[in-house]
Design a protein around this ligand. Structure first.
Ligand SMILES: [Zn+2]
Length: 112
């Protein structure tokens, strides 16, 4: 692939992944709207809504099994957790694309 072709490909991938991250962020919010803990209106000391997801993430020091047990109590938070995982993967891919874009940018304009 030519340098220009590769640059265009990276731009398209960048655009696709930005959309993916944004879509997943919306999906996380939508899923959490179905959480009954959130519906009760409880907030933590920082004013953030308490959900099974936030409770599970707050108890990360208790291990993955404990987190999964908390998440198993709420299908909405289980779905949100899956979206959080997918968003993490998309952000990782985005980081790779950005590094590749920088490498192309650094090579200089005179290179083909
Ligand atoms: Zn929940």
């Amino acid at each position: 692939m030519s340098r220009q072709g590769k640059a265009l490909h990276l731009c398209r991938e960048y655009d696709r992944l930005i959309d993916r991250v944004n879509d997943l962020t919306k999906s996380i919010g939508n899923a959490l709207n179905g959480c009954r803990l959130a519906a009760e209106g409880n907030v933590d000391k920082n004013g953030r809504t308490i959900t099974h997801l936030s409770e599970a993430y707050a108890s990360f020091d208790m291990g993955e099994a404990a987190q999964l047990e908390i998440l198993s109590e709420c299908s909405s938070c289980g779905i949100a957790h899956k979206h959080v995982h997918d968003r993490k993967s998309a952000r990782k891919e985005l980081g790779i694309i950005k590094r590749q874009m920088r490498m192309i940018g650094r090579k200089g304009e005179d290179e083909a």
